[in-house]
Design a protein around this ligand. Structure first.
Ligand SMILES: Cc1ncc(C[n+]2csc(CCOP(=O)(O)OP(=O)(O)O)c2C)c(N)n1
Ligand SMILES: [Mg+2]
Length: 671
């Protein structure tokens, strides 16, 4: 250590030591990537990152995404060293139950984790979403002399991230959208779990990203701080295109016997090798010991507080100069709804009820956008090339382009996975409420990003149309069967399958008001009649499940449970049964999860426990419904894939009809 303080290498070695030691103590984890990328991280975090460890949520901070999330110790070390509230004790508890230092960085666990990463490639898409959010908000809010939104999004990505298909989707779209403040560092270490990637990853990454329209800086020595520094300078100056900085690194750098091999990727180095690495790196300190001079050099607290203060002052004067824009900006960041929201939503829902319009729920969804959209400039829509079918465009939609990002609609192209992961990035960024559409069946393409939105509690609005065999001629490839059940089984996902314009309006309202998780709106292609609701019934829709109608006088003998397009079928069956002097209840269950959140008393009033004659009808996988109908109940639904044909014919073909429901009830009534 010189009199001038620790060298860049020594500062990077602090990351290496902490990473080795934490993995060694846990006997679990990934030392290779943190040791390989430590020098790059040192240059970026000490030279460029604008962040405030005391206030990790400061809106205009630079974002940092570790897409190769297995390198979590790199991020934990950085947060600890730069002064976040990440005590050494947490690093010692790496990967233990109850600690905040999970195996992969979990959003919300530690301050400074911008997104949950681990599923490779998705961090890259989250970062692109953040960069898009930044670009959009800057175009919308910045004024001459007021660069209110002005930050970079930095992302580390490994071979795995770039092998994943999503890297193509997002690379292509980020290039097209000209996300110039997205700067990605490719950890080109030639190694993934199975060994040297030569055997499975040989394309020319530099040319590949150039073809997407990126600014690519090739052949950077990731262990030479001066080269890395020059590359970052170059990238930041180049704001017309996203930048990929290709850094040659050695995985496990510093480990004398294992560096450069897959042995360092995902296992503790072993006590002897850790000792040998200390020796080779010239790191003289005990495990988890960091000398004060190293802490001092890493400490980002005072610079961070200063940067934030400056920005706060800018925001204050912005709000004085542009009070309306200023309060809109603050409202959107706080995820608050505009004044009068609730009254207007109530009025719209009542209007839908009064109009009694027969409409496909995908079209009803568009009406919701027309009504709710003008109040919500933070809504940022899009579709994976199905705008006309998903009805996600409305009269207030303006398309975002590379040149003008002030709009509110993204044509994602045929990229469901990137769309959803980018929506996650935008939600995480803040200031925006993304919604995006595709066919329900192609939700599978985006599946892991859907899961991540629920895991990270991000309130994405997922618009899924063409929700059953009712879509007709496109056939079984396009007809979802199992998707509804898997969405419903995803923790923290709210799923709504409305039966008419009213339920759609309620579902959209719920999705907009929700702040702690995603909502899937599952919508029909075909027209659906509007159901009559009397008395308090309309208010009960928002509870996710309610008595739509009781047919016949007195206690119901049987209950029919239905969702979405099958509510009409249930109602027809119940009417026919009433003609036979039967008393039958129809329960509409647009959102099972919402219904299950109601108190027991309400649920029992809707589905009285003693009424065991229950039939569920839904044009989807039947298995989900057993918990509602019980062993004595019956389910009318799909037990196979669909088929190509006219929608109404398919309902006949698969016996999802009023007659089938009636027969099922009749069979129960005989018991
Ligand atoms: C989508 C996904 N598939 C598989 C894995 C399991 N996995 C974790 S790291 C890794 C290899 C990554 O290689 P690379 O990005 O080159 O990381 P390095 O070994 O260089 O640190 C794999 C396959 C994962 N985390 N995510
Ligand atoms: Mg690698």
């Amino acid at each position: 250590m010189s009199a001038a303080g620790p060298s860049a290498r020594e500062l990077a070695n602090a990351i290496r030591a902490l990473s080795m030691d934490a993995v060694e103590k846990a006997q679990s984890g990934h030392p290779g990537a943190p040791m390989g990328m430590a020098d790059i991280a040192e240059v970026l975090w000490r030279g460029y990152m604008r962040h405030n460890p005391a206030n990790p949520d400061w809106p205009d901070r630079d974002r940092f995404v570790l897409s190769n999330g297995h390198g979590s110790m790199l991020l934990y070390s950085l947060l600890h060293l730069t002064g976040y509230d990440v005590p050494m004790e947490q690093l010692k508890q790496f990967r233990q139950v109850g600690s905040l230092t999970a195996g992969h960085p979990e959003y919300g666990d530690l301050p400074g984790i911008e997104t949950t990463t681990g599923p490779l490639g998705q961090g890259l898409a989250n970062a692109a979403g953040m960069a898009l959010a930044e670009k959009h908000l800057a175009h919308r809010f910045n004024k001459p002399g007021f660069e209110l939104v002005n930050h970079y999004t930095y992302c580390f990505a490994g071979d795995g991230c770039l092998m994943e298909g999503i890297s193509h989707e997002v690379g292509s779209l980020a290039g097209t959208l000209g996300l110039g403040k997205l700067i990605v560092f490719y950890d080109d270490n030639g190694i993934s779990i199975d060994g040297e990637v030569e055997g499975w990853f040989t394309e020319d990454t530099v040319e590949r990203f150039r073809a997407y329209g990126w600014h690519v800086i090739p052949h950077v020595d990731g262990h030479d701080p001066a080269e890395v520094d020059m590359a970052i300078d170059n990238a930041r100056a180049h704001t017309g295109q996203p930048t990929l900085i290709c850094c040659r690194t050695t995985i496990g750098y510093g480990s004398p016997n294992k560096a450069g091999t897959e042995a360092t990727h995902g296992a503790a180095l072993g006590a002897d090798e850790v000792a040998a690495s200390r020796e080779k790196l010239g790191w003289k300190y005990e495990p988890f010991e960091i000398p004060q001079s190293i802490y001092d050099a890493w400490d980002a607290r005072s610079a961070g507080a200063g940067a934030e203060q400056q920005w706060n002052a800018l925001l204050e004067s912005y709000c004085r100069e542009y009070p309306e824009a200023g309060s809109e900006f603050r409202r959107a960041l706080a995820r608050e709804l505009p004044d009068g929201w609730a009254d207007k939503a109530d009025a719209f829902i009542h209007e839908c009820q009064e109009n009694m319009e027969k409409l496909a729920t995908r079209k009803a969804s568009q009406q919701c956008l027309e009504h709710y959209g003008p109040q919500l400039p933070e809504l940022l829509g899009g579709s994976a090339d199905l705008a006309g079918s998903n009805n996600t465009l409305w009269s207030g939609s303006k398309v975002i382009t590379s040149k003008d990002a002030s709009g509110n609609y993204v044509h994602y192209g045929v990229r469901e996975f990137a769309m959803t992961a980018m929506m996650n990035g935008m939600s995480l960024h803040g200031g925006l409420r993304p919604y995006g559409g595709t066919f329900l069946v192609f939700q599978d393409y985006a599946r892991n990003a859907v899961r991540m939105s629920a895991l990270m509690h991000q309130p994405d609005i997922l618009v899924y149309t063409h929700d059953s065999i009712g879509l007709g001629e496109d056939g079984p490839t396009h007809q979802p069967v199992e998707q509804l059940a898997t969405l419903r089984m995803t923790p923290n996902m709210s799923v709504w399958r409305p039966c008419d314009t009213v339920e759609t309006a309620v579902a959209w309202r719920f999705a907009v008001e929700r702040v702690d998780g995603p909502t899937a709106l599952v919508l029909s292609r075909q027209g659906l009649p509007c159901q009559t609701r009397e008395g308090s019934t309309l208010d009960h829709v928002a509870r996710g499940g309610y008595v739509l109608a009781d047919f016949g006088d007195g206690e119901p003998e049987a209950v029919i449970i239905a969702t979405g397009s099958e509510v009409e079928i249930a109602m027809n069956a119940a009417r026919e049964l009433e003609e036979q002097r039967r008393t039958v209840r129809v329960v509409s269950l647009p959102s099972v999860d919402m219904f299950l959140r109601q108190d027991q008393d309400y649920r029992d009033r809707v589905l009285p426990p003693h009424i065991r004659r229950r039939v569920a009808v839904e044009a989807a996988a039947t298995d989900y419904w057993w918990k509602f109908v019980g062993l004595e109940g019956r389910i009318v639904g799909m037990n196979s894939f669909g088929a190509s044909g006219k929608g109404p014919d398919l309902y006949e073909h698969f016996h999802i009809t009023a007659q089938a429901v009636r027969s099922a009830v009749e069979a129960l009534l005989e018991t």
